[in-house]
Design a protein around this ligand. Structure first.
Ligand code: SF4
Length: 274
């Protein structure tokens, strides 16, 4: 189960060409692809989160908008059962692009569930999702479950599935209590620590010490962190932004070590030199 293209998908259907762009730093190359496809005689349509946020970046060479479902072209094992989110985290594009949470009625049961905030859905919707995923293997709640909403009932229903990964997020130490409580709810329901992954946002409103505390706490619990370097929503170049509390060298070192624990985990972070 892999994500093709690292956030970029392109396909053709007869004389139509479709481009889906997830990250803003892919827009320049998407533009070049649209120019080439157009010159090859295709009618080009572009979409995806990066295009939704910056339609002017490509609108002179492609039609933007439309309702084409690009997800199967990024990953045929992925699905959404809801769109949008109830929250407005300042680092996240979802509320801008998708708005409030909407429960979908027409969705395909697939193992990689990409809902932005499944737990914000009604209990009836959550139950339908669990029931329809039950026949599948290797379920991965890929975008993370909201620690502030996770209940014992949610966790117990999750254990009815053939789970591969349950993901939480811990964006700042200010949310320690909510994160630890949710983590414990999952563990108490019988979900093993190795199955729980935790997104750790770095370089937004935190400090290196704050990030290190979260990363080492997660490791101490027996789970693996997924470090995520903050990227402004309109950035032209990946990893260009450095918040005032960090240096680029610090961010690179943290990302290199904490996203490669299989290689570096035997070396204490304090002794690791990038
Ligand atoms: S809860 Fe998740 S999806 Fe919702 S706004 Fe925050 S980061 Fe985005």
């Amino acid at each position: 189960m892999k994500w093709d293209g690292g956030g970029y998908a392109e396909w053709t259907e007869k004389k139509d060409a479709f481009i889906s762009v997830v990250f803003s730093w892919q827009l320049d190359s998407a533009y070049q692809r649209a120019v080439w496809l157009r010159s090859s005689g295709y009618r080009v349509q572009a979409g995806g989160p990066a295009v939704a946020l910056n339609p002017g970046a490509i609108s002179d060479v492609a039609e933007v908008g439309g309702t084409v479902d690009a997800l199967p072209h990024h990953n045929p094992d992925a699905t959404f059962t809801t769109r949008g989110c109830i929250r407005h985290c300042p680092f996240c594009a979802v509320p801008i692009i998708e708005g409030d949470l909407v429960e979908l009625t027409d969705w395909e049961p697939r193992p990689i569930v990409c809902d932005n905030n499944l737990l914000a859905a009604s209990e009836a919707h959550f139950d339908r999702v669990i029931d329809r995923l039950k026949p599948l293997s290797g379920i991965d709640f890929n975008q993370g479950l909201d620690s502030r909403l996770l209940t014992k009932r949610h966790a117990e229903r999750l254990t009815e599935l053939n789970l591969s990964t349950v993901r939480l997020a811990w964006d700042n130490t200010a949310y320690e209590h909510q994160f630890i409580t949710a983590y414990q709810v999952l563990r108490d329901a019988g979900i093993p620590a190795r199955m729980i992954r935790v997104y750790v946002l770095m370089g937004f409103d935190d400090t290196p010490e704050d990030a290190l505390y979260r990363l080492e706490t997660i490791r101490g619990l027996g789970s693996w962190p997924n470090p995520m370097r903050y990227q402004p929503l309109d950035t032209k170049r990946r990893n260009d932004y450095v918040s005032p509390s960090w240096t680029d060298a610090h961010l690179k070192k943290y990302m290199r070590y904490w996203s490669r624990l299989a290689w570096f985990g035997h070396i204490p972070f304090s002794e690791y030199s990038a």
